[in-house]
Design a protein around this ligand. Structure first.
Ligand code: IMP
Ligand code: MG
Length: 176
C-alpha cells in the first residue's frame, strides 16, 4: 500500500483561523489569565500558535492521555499517562485538543478537571469530526468542522509520522 497526503486545510487557512480564535479568547478572558492545558502530543503545535495570538496573560501545562493505539481507531478507554506538573485549583483552564472524534477524551478530561476545583474549565479544539461523536459533548471553541476522514499534520500523526506538516492533510492509501 502506498500512502499519500492530500491537503485539506492550507497553512494560511489554519493560521488565519488561529488568529481569530486568539482574538475571541482574548476578549472572553479579559482581566484574567488563561491557563492553557495542552493534550500531548497532537495539540502541541496548535497550542503554541494559539498562545502567540492571545493578548491576555497565559500560563501553560501539559498532559498526555491515550485513547488510541497505533492505528486509526479509538480503543474507547482514556488513560492519563502523564499528569499536569502543577495544581490547577482556582485557575481558568482552557483544555487544548487537536481533534475531537468520538468525544470521549475531552468528555473524560472535562470531568477530571472539574473535580480539581478550577475557577472555570473550557475546551478548544482545532478540528471537529461531529459525525463520529458517541458522547454528548459541547466544545467551547472549534477551529474547523471536517468530514469523517483521518487527518494528519499541524501536530497530528499517523503512527507518529506527519506531525511536522505545516498544513492539515488526509492520509490516502492506494495499491502500489
Ligand atoms: P476521541 O476521544 O475519540 O474524541 O479522540 C480524540 C483523539 O484521537 C485526538 O486527540 C487525537 O489524538 C486522536 N484522533 C482522532 N481522530 C484523529 C485523526 O483524524 N487524526 C489524528 N488523530 C486523531
Ligand atoms: Mg490527541
Amino acid at each position: 500500500m502506498r500512502e499519500t497526503i492530500r491537503e485539506l486545510i492550507s497553512e494560511e487557512e489554519v493560521n488565519a483561523r488561529i488568529r481569530e480564535l486568539g482574538a475571541q479568547i482574548s476578549k472572553d478572558y479579559e482581566g484574567k489569565t488563561v491557563h492553557l492545558v495542552c493534550i500531548l502530543k497532537g495539540a502541541c503545535i496548535f497550542m503554541c500558535e494559539l498562545a502567540k495570538r492571545i493578548t491576555v496573560p497565559v500560563s501553560m501545562d501539559f498532559m498526555t492521555v491515550s485513547s488510541y493505539g497505533s492505528g486509526t481507531k479509538s480503543s474507547g478507554i482514556v488513560r492519563i499517562r502523564k499528569d499536569l506538573d502543577d495544581p490547577i485549583d482556582g485557575l481558568d483552564v482552557l483544555i487544548v485538543e487537536d481533534i475531537v472524534d468520538s468525544g470521549r477524551t475531552l468528555f473524560y478530561l472535562e470531568e477530571v478537571f472539574r473535580q480539581r476545583g478550577c475557577a472555570s474549565v473550557r475546551t478548544i479544539t482545532l478540528l471537529d469530526k461531529p459525525e463520529r461523536r458517541v458522547v454528548d459533548l459541547d466544545v467551547d471553541y472549534t477551529g474547523f468542522v471536517i468530514p469523517d476522514q483521518f487527518v494528519v499534520g499541524y501536530g497530528m500523526d499517523y503512527d507518529q509520522r506527519y506531525r511536522d506538516l505545516p498544513f492539515i492533510g488526509v492520509v490516502e492509501f492506494s495499491e502500489e
